[in-house]
Every structure is written in structure tokens, then in C-alpha cells.
Ligand binder design. Structure first.
Ligand code: ADP
Length: 426
């Protein structure tokens, strides 16, 4: 028999045991209005989805990565909540879950608390979404935000869309756009690793892949089979950890390996919709992996995200890459996007045999360019075969700590970004 995770089977009530073996309401709801995910002090993570109709919980679903008691508690909390008016469901406590289960072993009682807390958080999420939908920026105290007033050249619908986007972007502390003059310089790798290090430092991070022609973030982050759940009006990003969530335009493509050919205006519309619809919640950073070059998508993103935002430009050291970056810096100036810094990737190789540094390409191009353009230089990432292995395995190199030279370099770059003391207060 599978290890059921209960201390001693005989000590557990039949109510609890039955729900461990066949938890009710297990699994996410395809369509939901409230959602929460909480990791308890025991390390178990529980997730709840709610469907609310006319003030009552019509359906509830849950998942947990914990063992028996956790499943039994989640099951009981959903059973108690279904059919109840929201106000009553919000009053379901640990004691109610325990009573419904005829008790749990003492050491497993916190599972019931995790279940009742996750339920409450999902109800809170429902209320917040409802308030967000009915809100029209009128409660916002900003005196400078241009989204408060309808512009003369704008229809009612355009104004509504602009406000919806502004409300979403308002919940994000800082938008970090990762750009490059051309493809293949490691821009997506940099975006994935930076987002991972930022999350490791305790920041709440979203990683958004906007490359409609070749979205690679799902693969690099190991969430290629990730399923995006939606409420009909919002899309939930795929969670990689408590602090890091990922959304890629690739999740929405019918065939993820196929490039999409969208013309400029259509792409702008898709990107706007995407930015408006993804329910990140409160974030400290949104790291955006833009397609290479200075075309439609970087232009749309730069125009739509609002401030505070900055560009991180990735280059390789060769002269030809460096000249592309010059165009990138000029582009940032044209769209009024501050350049946070230039990062030189694939900068030299540490010989695996003797450790001596080999400069395969000309080195220092990024640094020279940064000086020439008056932009901060953020550092050099060496060529490291582990970067490729990690990318193929869907595990960002930095995830397990900064052991290799490239991982150390990524961590240093994040330190230097954080040291810039970005103004996260809006
Ligand atoms: P881009 O987004 O600019 O097109 P990618 O991030 O997809 O580039 O990287 C292109 C390839 O280069 C990938 O196979 C990646 O693993 C590899 N790569 C990126 N940075 C490094 C590095 N520092 N060392 C070794 N390989 C790297």
C-alpha cells in the first residue's frame, strides 16, 4: 500500500481516512473567480479555487503537495464551503475543519489551519477582483497619473482599456525589460536567471515572455507543459515558486513550436491584452523577455508598461553585436525608456582543463559601449557549458546557488541592480 502519510492508521477517524484516500473536490477549477496559494509553516503548499455565484460558493477545488492529513483537511474545507454564502464561508475556522473530520492527530492539526486559511485567502482574492473590476481609478490618490482623465481623442472604450491596463501595471513595483540588438546573445537565458535570483532574494517576481515568434521562457523555466487557468477575464500565471510566476505568450499558442506571424497593429493589441489580463497580483518586479531588435514588440511593451521601468540590454562582446546595441540604446531614448544597464554575455571562457580564461570573441565590447553611451555597465557573464545544460533541463543555472562562474556573475548582476536602489514606491 502507498504510504498514506498518517502516523498510525488506527489513530485516524474514518472521516479523515476516507478523505485521504478519496479527497473530494480535488483539482483546480477550469473557470473560477477566486484563487489562493499558501505554503504553511510545515512546508505544505495548498491551493484553492472558488466559483462564486450570487454571493454563494457554487464550486470549490483544491490541491496540496502535502500528505494524508493535508488532503483530508483541504477536502473538508471545500465541502464545508460549497453552497455557503461568502460571509459564512469566510468564518470557517481550523476547529470547524477538525470537527468535520472527527479530529486529526495532534501533529497534523496545522493542516486544518492551512486549509481554512487558504479558503479565507481565496475568498479575499474574490473580493479584491470584484473591487478591481468595479474600481475606476477614482480611489487612487495619484495626482500625476494620466489614467484618471479621459483624453479628448479617446473613445469611452479606449479610456476603459487604458484604465484597466494602468490598474494592472500599478500593482507592479518595477518593470525590467530585457532587450537585445539581435537574437542568440542569451537574452532569454539572462531574463530567466535574473528573475530567479530576484525571487531568491525574497522579491515577488513575474517573468513575462512576449516573444510571439519564438517563446523560450517556458522551456528555460521547466514549465513547458504548464497549463494557464483563466476566469474568463483574467489569466493566472504559472507558478514556479511562492515568489516567482511565469506567463508566456507561448502558453496560448495552439502549437508552441510554431512561430506566429502577426502584423504590427495586431501584435500591439495582443500585447496590450496580455499585459492587461495576466493576474500577477502585487509584484516587486516584472521581468519582460522581449523579442530581439527594436521592432514592434519592444516598442509596444515600452509604450504600454508605464513607469517605473528600465531596460537591461544584453550583448555579446563582438563588434557586430555591439553595433546592434547602439541601435537598442538609441531606441530606448526614442521611447523614453531609461537604460538600466548593459550586460555582456558569453564574455570569455574559463578553460575546463586549466581554468585559464580564453577570449573566444573580442572582449570588453559591452563595457566600452556602455562608456561611450553613458549607460551603466552591469557586468560580464562568461561562456559556461552549464548554462546550456541547465537551459535544456528547464532549471535556471542559478536556482541551486551560485556555484559556477556564470551563476556567480548572474547573482552579481542582480546585486548591482538592487544596489541601484530603485524606487519601488509609486
Ligand atoms: P536569445 O534569447 O538572445 O535568443 P538564448 O537565451 O535563447 O538567446 O540563448 C541562446 C543559446 O545560447 C542557448 O542555447 C543558451 O543556452 C546559450 N547561452 C546563453 N548564455 C550562455 C552562456 N553564458 N554560456 C553558454 N551558453 C549560453
Amino acid at each position: 500500500m502507498e504510504d498514506i502519510g498518517f502516523p498510525v492508521q488506527g489513530q485516524v477517524s474514518s472521516q479523515a481516512l476516507e478523505r485521504f484516500e478519496r479527497p473530494r473536490n480535488y483539482g483546480p477549477l477550469e473557470s473560477f473567480d477566486g484563487h489562493a496559494r499558501i505554503t504553511g509553516p510545515c512546508g505544505d503548499t495548498m491551493e484553492f479555487w472558488l466559483q462564486v455565484r450570487e454571493g454563494r460558493i457554487r464550486e470549490a477545488g483544491f490541491t496540496t503537495d502535502g500528505c494524508g492529513p493535508s488532503r483530508a483537511a483541504g477536502s473538508m474545507a471545500t465541502e464545508l464551503a460549497i453552497g455557503k454564502p461568502l460571509v459564512e464561508a469566510a468564518r470557517i475556522e481550523q476547529a470547524d475543519v477538525l470537527a468535520g473530520l472527527d479530529g486529526l492527530p495532534k501533529e497534523s492539526e496545522p493542516c486544518a489551519l492551512l486549509a481554512s486559511n487558504t479558503l479565507k485567502a481565496a475568498i479575499e482574492d474574490f473580493r479584491r477582483r470584484k473591487a478591481d473590476k468595479s474600481g475606476d481609478c477614482s480611489r487612487c490618490e495619484s495626482t500625476t497619473c494620466t489614467s484618471k482623465q479621459r483624453r479628448g481623442d479617446e473613445s469611452e472604450e479606449e479610456f476603459r482599456q487604458r484604465q484597466a491596463l494602468a490598474r494592472r501595471m500599478c500593482q507592479i513595483g518595477y518593470k525590467l525589460l530585457v532587450l537585445s540588438g539581435k537574437g542568440g546573445v542569451g537574452k532569454s537565458t539572462v531574463a530567466a536567471n535574473l528573475a530567479t535570483v530576484l525571487a531568491q532574494t525574497g522579491k515577488r517576481v513575474g517573468l513575462l515572455d512576449i516573444d510571439v515568434h519564438g517563446p523560450s521562457i517556458p522551456r528555460l523555466m521547466g514549465v513547458e507543459t504548464g497549463r494557464v487557468l483563466g476566469t474568463g477575464e483574467e489569466l493566472l500565471p504559472v507558478r514556479v515558486s511562492d515568489k516567482l510566476a511565469v506567463m508566456s505568450i507561448g502558453f496560448l499558442l495552439p502549437d508552441r513550436r510554431q512561430a506566429v506571424i502577426w502584423r504590427g497593429p495586431r501584435k500591439h493589441g495582443v500585447i496590450r491584452q496580455f499585459l492587461t489580463d495576466v493576474a500577477w497580483g502585487q509584484l516587486d518586479y516584472l521581468v519582460v523577455d522581449s523579442p530581439p531588435g527594436t521592432g514592434d514588440e519592444p516598442m509596444s511593451i515600452a509604450q504600454l508598461v508605464g513607469s517605473p521601468a528600465g531596460a537591461l540590454i544584453v550583448t555579446t562582446p563582438q563588434e557586430v553585436a555591439v553595433s546592434d546595441v547602439r541601435r537598442c540604446v538609441t531606441f530606448c531614448g526614442e521611447v523614453s525608456l531609461p537604460v538600466m544597464g548593459i550586460l555582456e554575455n558569453m564574455s570569455g571562457l574559463a578553460c575546463p582543463k586549466c581554468g585559464e580564461r580564453i577570449d573566444l570573441f573580442k572582449r570588453g565590447g559591452g563595457m566600452a559601449l556602455a562608456q561611450e553611451m553613458g549607460a551603466p555597465f552591469l557586468g560580464q557573464i562568461p561562456i559556461d557549458p552549464e548554462v546550456v545544460t541547465a537551459g535544456d533541463a528547464g532549471i535556471p543555472l542559478v536556482r541551486d546557488g551560485p556555484q559556477s562562474p556564470a551563476a556567480k556573475a548572474f547573482t552579481d548582476v542582480v546585486r548591482s541592480i538592487l544596489a541601484r536602489n530603485l524606487d519601488l514606491e509609486r
